[in-house]
Design a protein around this ligand. Structure first.
Ligand code: FAD
Ligand code: MG
Ligand code: MG
Length: 319
């Protein structure tokens, strides 16, 4: 391990949070965790009260005025959800709540129920009014869920806060959503970020990504899932069907400057699959990705912004 590293941990947003600094600064760490907590309080849909929940509670009844931060993040989520063939849909809430994957009471819902809940997931039925920062869900029962974007946004907020505090080298991991500042001292090749072996033990890695000042976000089907009838039912849903996305992918990792982009792109690329995803990335010079597939391949898009060191040779690495 790097000399002089100080690690601070917490559990927030239902996720293990890890902060690495190169000064022993518990006060700064406390401020970072407070910032995350404050953001969680705005965005969570896992409690009865938050700004996002107040929008959900008023669905089909009236618009709700929200804070600047919440309006800004909802606006981004809305725009991404309206992209052609987008696998990202921030009105997926009724589906997420019904499946309860990662929570008590998880179950495969009856197909007719999924079909009727899908009618409540049309992002065109969200009315955003920048003039008064209000959000209106037009149908009763509609629910916003920012689970696929909020951690990325919050990781960027933490990075900006640390920079403001004069920190030049740090890492924040919000449970699979990593954002970094600089490189660790005496390690010019950057931060080593482990790529987990899907369904493996916590310490089993396919390899290590080396990045400097970049965000690394992974979405996988092996973190939140349950098994039933020989199938893995995981938490990334196909907005067209209301069932977990079912393709060749086990995970997608995105390397980008902003963690919000990493969070958005992992979901978009998950929906595209490998070949379409690689073609899409060819036009996105600032975004790199690593796809991990069921047939044991690790596929890197042209790695401009990272170096990948393979550790598990049972998997085939290709570019
Ligand atoms: P990503 O792949 O980035 O996103 C998957 C998540 O996005 C799903 O869990 C779902 O919420 C949503 N989603 C699914 N399909 C789609 C789709 N097609 N388009 C758009 N969104 C989709 N977990 C707990 O166990 N307890 C908590 O109290 C809790 N509180 C949280 C509070 C906040 C503010 C946030 C951001 C997350 C919280 N979580 C909590 C975790 C949350 O439930 C999700 O599991 C987590 O955000 C998923 O992150 P990911 O990076 O693993 O997955
Ligand atoms: Mg995420
Ligand atoms: Mg995401």
């Amino acid at each position: 391990m790097t000399a002089g590293v100080f690690s601070y941990s917490a559990v927030l947003m239902g996720s293990p949070i890890l902060l690495k600094l190169f000064d022993d600064n518990p006060t700064l760490a406390r401020h970072v965790f407070q910032l995350i907590k404050q953001q969680e309080n705005l965005f969570t849909v896992n409690r009865a009260e938050s700004e996002v929940m107040s929008v959900n509670h008023a669905a089909g009844r009236h618009p709700v005025i929200v804070s600047e931060a919440v309006f800004a993040l909802i606006s981004v989520a809305h725009a991404v959800s309206l992209l052609p063939d987008s696998a990202f849909n921030f009105t997926i809430g009724p589906i997420v709540k019904r499946w309860k994957i990662g929570f008590q009471g998880r179950a495969v819902p009856p197909a007719p129920e999924i079909a009727s809940l899908l009618k409540l997931t049309d992002p065109h039925q969200v009315v955003l009014n920048p003039a008064d920062r209000s959000v209106f869900l037009q149908q009763p029962g509609m629910e916003i869920d920012l689970g696929a974007i909020a951690k990325g946004y919050i990781a960027d907020r933490v990075q900006a806060f640390l920079r403001q505090q004069g920190v030049q080298q740090a890492l924040i991991n919000l449970g699979g959503n990593v954002q970094t500042l600089g490189s660790p001292p005496h390690e010019p090749q950057g931060w080593g970020i482990g790529l987990k072996k899907p369904f493996g033990r916590d310490d089993e890695l396919l390899g290590v990504l080396q990045v400097q000042g970049k965000s690394v976000v992974t979405s996988g089907i092996y973190e939140r899932y349950f098994e039933l009838d020989g199938r893995c039912w995981h938490h990334i849903f196909d907005p067209q069907t209301g069932y977990p996305l079912d393709n060749e992918l086990l995970s997608v990792t995105v390397i980008s400057d902003r963690s919000i982009d990493g969070d958005i792109y992992t979901t978009l690329l998950f929906g595209m699959g490998v070949e379409q995803g690689l073609a899409y990335l060819a036009d996105q010079p600032d975004i790199d990705a690593v796809f991990v597939t069921r047939d044991r391949q690790i596929i890197c898009s042209s790695p401009q912004h990272f170096h990948f060191q393979q550790l598990d040779v049972d998997w085939q690495l290709r570019y």
